[in-house]
Design a binder for this molecule. Structure first.
Ligand code: KMH
Ligand code: ZN
Length: 274
C-alpha cells in the first residue's frame, strides 16, 4: 500500500471566526497552521485566501502572500483552491493558477451547496483544466457526487485530462453525496486504474471516512474547511490536532505517512530539493 498522504484544508471559504476562534485567516496565520500540520504529518495544504476582514478572495496577490509565507517556514505541497466561495465568477476563481502552484483543485460539476448552488459550467471546467495544463499545475479533481466522477472518466477517455488523475471525494455536503462508507466504496469502485484518491468527509464523516480510506489504500483530507470538531460538542484545538489524529490512526494500522517529497512521487510531481 502507498504511504498515506494527509492533506490539511486549513481555512476554506465559508467557515467563520464566529464558528471557530482559531480559524487561520491572515497569510502568517495560515503559514503557521501549515507548519504545524506538516510537523503533525501533512504533506499537502489546501489553501483559500481571505481579506483582512475575513471575507474570501481569489486575488493572485493574496495567494502569493500565503504561498511565500508557507515556503518561508517549511516544505509542503501547496494546493490552491479554484472553487473559491459560492457565487464567485469563474475568472475570479481561476486567478491563483497563474502563480503556477504545484496543485490546484478542479471541481467536476455543479452541486447544491447548503442553501446555495456551487456552479461549475462544463465550459468553465474545461478552461480551468486547460489553464492548469498550460501552467504545469496538477489538478485534484473534486467529486461531490457520482456523476462528477463519471464526467471525469469521460474526459479521461476523450483525452481532456491526460495521465493518472488524483481525485478528492468530498462527501457529506448538504446537496452532494452522503458522507457514508457505501458512498465512498461506490466511488472507489468506479476509478480507472492508476488513479489516486483522497477523501474529505464533512463534519463527523471526516474521522469515519478518513479511517476507511486509510484501510482501503486511499489518502485523507482533514481540517477546518470540512470539520471544526474533534468530537461531538468539542471544537478541535487546531488543524494540526486533526492531522495528528489521522497520522496516529494510520501508524497504528501499519501504514506509514508520506513526506512532501514522497507525496510528490506518488502524485507525479517534481521533487523539491531539501
Ligand atoms: N468553497 C466551496 C464552494 C475548492 O476549494 O476547490 C468550494 C471549495 C472547493 O472549497
Ligand atoms: Zn476548498
Amino acid at each position: 500500500m502507498q504511504k498515506l498522504i494527509i492533506t490539511a484544508a486549513l481555512t476554506g471559504a465559508e467557515v467563520t471566526r464566529e464558528q471557530h476562534p482559531g480559524l487561520p485567516i491572515s497569510p502568517e496565520e495560515i503559514a503557521q497552521a501549515a507548519f504545524d500540520c506538516v510537523q503533525a504529518g501533512a504533506s499537502i495544504v489546501h489553501v483559500h485566501a481571505r481579506n483582512p476582514d475575513g471575507s474570501s478572495t481569489q486575488e493572485a496577490a493574496a495567494y502569493q502572500a500565503i504561498i511565500s509565507a508557507i515556503h518561508a517556514r517549511c516544505d509542503v505541497i501547496v494546493q490552491v483552491s479554484t472553487g473559491g466561495a459560492v457565487g464567485m465568477t469563474a475568472q475570479e476563481r481561476l486567478a491563483p493558477v497563474t502563480l503556477k502552484p504545484e496543485m490546484a483543485t478542479l471541481s467536476m460539476g455543479t452541486v447544491n451547496f447548503g442553501g446555495d448552488v456551487f456552479m461549475n459550467h462544463p465550459a468553465n471546467m474545461q478552461e480551468f483544466a486547460q489553464t492548469m495544463q498550460t501552467h504545469g499545475v496538477k489538478p485534484e479533481l473534486e467529486i461531490f457526487d457520482s456523476g462528477m466522477l463519471a464526467t471525469a472518466n469521460r474526459w479521461i477517455d476523450k483525452g481532456l485530462l491526460s495521465g493518472p488523475q488524483h481525485f478528492d471525494f468530498v462527501l457529506g455536503i448538504p446537496g452532494g453525496m452522503a458522507g457514508k462508507p457505501e458512498a465512498l466504496m461506490y466511488l472507489v469502485s468506479q476509478l480507472k486504474s492508476g488513479s489516486t484518491w483522497t477523501v474529505a468527509g464533512i463534519g463527523a464523516a471526516q474521522l469515519q471516512l478518513g479511517t476507511l480510506a486509510i484501510v482501503l489504500g486511499g489518502h485523507v483530507r482533514v481540517g477546518f474547511e470540512d470539520n471544526l470538531f474533534y468530537r461531538k460538542g468539542e471544537l478541535a484545538s487546531s488543524n494540526a490536532q486533526l492531522v495528528a489524529r489521522m497520522a496516529r490512526i494510520s501508524t497504528e494500522l501499519n501504514r506509514p505517512i508520506a513526506t512532501p517529497n514522497e507525496a510528490r512521487a506518488l502524485l507525479g510531481l517534481v521533487p523539491r530539493a531539501a
